[in-house]
Design a protein around this ligand. Structure first.
Ligand code: BES
Ligand code: MN
Ligand code: ZN
Length: 513
């Protein structure tokens, strides 16, 4: 899958930009309002005068994240001149270029071509990495899920406030920028894949279809194993199968393996592992959910979607790491064969679970997959992602994902990767007193811990399936779906987590050469 948006790179001149009267030119200004010599050269005397006049007329201060749009600018052969403020330029390190790219896309109006001129005030040097991040922001902003709309956007591209079909980023070193953007496009495609899966309706994306989509990663060199119900029964994943038993649709577990690390002295490097909750639709089962908003539960597979998107990103950019992706795919339905409150199931780990509420199904799925991955691959760590609890929305809203972990190093790294990507995580506690809340009268544990600390008791449940393996659980019920619109996402599904975990791997777990 190629990125839907084509972005070209060129040097710091507009000769081959293709800009015309319907084009947009994007330039940057610092808060000293100095028009640098290089910018003056490109705009020409008349264009520079137009810019200065507009800045004065609008009293434009060029603060960070501010912008000024000049239509049909005198002395320039373009439809609009977009001036983006970058403040003092001192905060350059902290500038979120991905977000900046997204914001720029929102300023292009109906332009059919656009050139982004990455030269600003002399103290503001934008390197290839920043150019790559801006391109990533443009890609993410451009995404729409409109495959079920009969009326499509023209050429697959929007008009008002959306990105034009032809975009060029002008930068000092276009070759380096092109290289930087290639890895970013792998990540953008991973995010888009995750968003597509989460947005897809539940009558289309059942566990079997989901597994088929994951299998497409084979084209990138990812090894795929699909376990069907017969195999899952034989292995003994009865907690997972119990969730799916009320559905007409068969359950699946998919294991994805990317072997990108160099073998060290003949020995294979220990893999890192990512596990995702893939409840393709969550009615709640016999403990059925209220009708209001139940349609959102098509997104209850966002953890699994993130893992597939991440594996895509790692493989497409040929990450030097061995990584396992494992997803548990089930549909939680009420019917004559559905699991009941009161049932006791034996999990793959041998631990028994009393079902109190059939709507606390995600942990049953994850418990078996976590145990399976731990036993089969002995990973150096496991990170699971799950739209696990409504309680995490009460605690953290839609800003942060909840982070629970038995390992401080892994937690700190996730936190740092969150800061770097803007996909933030907030750590919440685990502890013996919480663990006690899921002890059961009849079995080794029960699947709910009562009303209080609902996200924590859910995490405690998972912890019983990870042994001593360093592990982190991300509760993404607030961040993955029903997403507020941002500069880089206009879609219901955000694709949350792909960039976070790609960054985690890139910064801490890849071979260095
Ligand atoms: N999939 C839901 C959690 C959820 C809620 C995700 C809202 C996204 C938005 C999960 O399976 C669930 O139903 N959890 C229950 C647990 C309870 C029964 C202990 C919940 O949060 O109410
Ligand atoms: Mn549920
Ligand atoms: Zn659920």
């Amino acid at each position: 899958m190629a990125a839907a948006l084509k972005i070209g790179f060129a040097g710091l001149n507009l000769e081959k930009s293709g800009l015309d009267k319907r084009g947009a030119l994007v330039v940057f200004l610092g808060d000293d309002l100095e028009v640098s010599a290089s910018l003056r050269k490109i705009l020409g005397a008349a264009g520079t005068a137009t810019l200065k006049r507009a800045v004065e007329a609008e009293q434009f201060k060029a603060k960070e994240r501010s912008s000024l749009v000049i239509s049909a600018p005198q002395g320039l052969e373009v439809g609009r001149l977009v001036v983006v403020g970058i403040g003092s330029g001192k905060e350059q390190e902290q500038t979120d270029y991905v977000r900046l790219g997204g914001a720029i896309a929102g300023l292009l109006g109906s332009a059919t071509v656009a050139s982004i001129l990455l030269s600003g005030p002399s103290k503001w040097r934008v390197d290839a990495e920043a150019a790559g991040d801006i391109a990533l922001g443009l890609h993410l902003r451009h995404y729409r899920f409109d495959k079920y709309k009969s009326k499509k956007r023209e050429n697959g591209h929007g008009t008002k406030g959306e990105t034009p079909p032809s975009l060029t980023i002008h930068v000092e070193d276009p070759t380096a920028a092109k290289r930087a953007v290639r890895a970013r496009e792998a990540v953008a495609d991973g995010v888009v894949l995750a968003r597509d899966l989460v947005n897809e309706p539940p009558n289309v994306l059942d566990p079997v279809e989901f597994a088929k989509r994951a299998k497409e990663l084979e084209k990138l060199g990812v090894e795929i194993t699909i376990l069907d119900e017969k195999q899952l029964t034989k292995i003994g994943m009865r907690a997972l199968l119990g969730v799916g038993q009320g559905s007409e649709k068969e359950s699946r577990v998919v294991i994805m393996r990317w072997n990108g690390a160099k073998a060290k002295k003949g020995a294979k490097a220990q893999p890192v592992a990512f596990i995702g909750k893939g409840v393709v639709f969550d009615t709640g089962g016999i403990s059925i959910k209220p009708a209001q908003g139940m349609e959102d539960m098509k997104g209850d597979m966002a953890g699994a979607a993130c893992v597939v998107g991440l594996m895509h990103a790692l493989a497409a950019r040929k990450a030097k790491v061995n990584a396992i992706g494992a997803i548990g795919l089930v549909e939680n339905m009420p019917d004559g064969n559905a699991q009941r409150p009161g049932d006791i199931v034996t999990s793959l780990s041998g631990q028994t679970i009393e079902i109190i509420n059939t709507d606390a199904e995600g942990r049953l799925v994850l418990g078996d997959v976590l145990w399976y991955v731990k036993e089969t691959y002995q990973p150096s760590f496991m990170v699971d992602l799950a739209t696990l609890t409504g309680a995490i929305l009460i605690a953290l809203g839609q800003e942060y994902a909840g982070l629970f972990s038995n390992d401080d190093t892994l937690s700190e790294r996730l936190h740092a990767a969150g800061q770097a990507t803007g996909e933030g995580v907030w750590r919440l506690p685990l502890g013996a007193a919480y663990d006690k809340m899921i002890d059961s009268k009849f079995a080794d544990m029960k699947n709910t811990g009562g009303r209080f600390g609902g996200s924590i008791t859910a995490a405690q449940f998972l912890k019983r399936f990870v042994g001593d393996t360093p592990w982190a659980h991300l509760d993404i019920a607030g961040t993955a779906m029903s997403s507020p619109e941002t500069d880089i996402n206009k879609s219901w599904a955000s694709g949350w987590g792909v960039r976070l975990l790609d960054r985690l791997v890139a910064d801490y777990y890849e071979d260095r050469d």
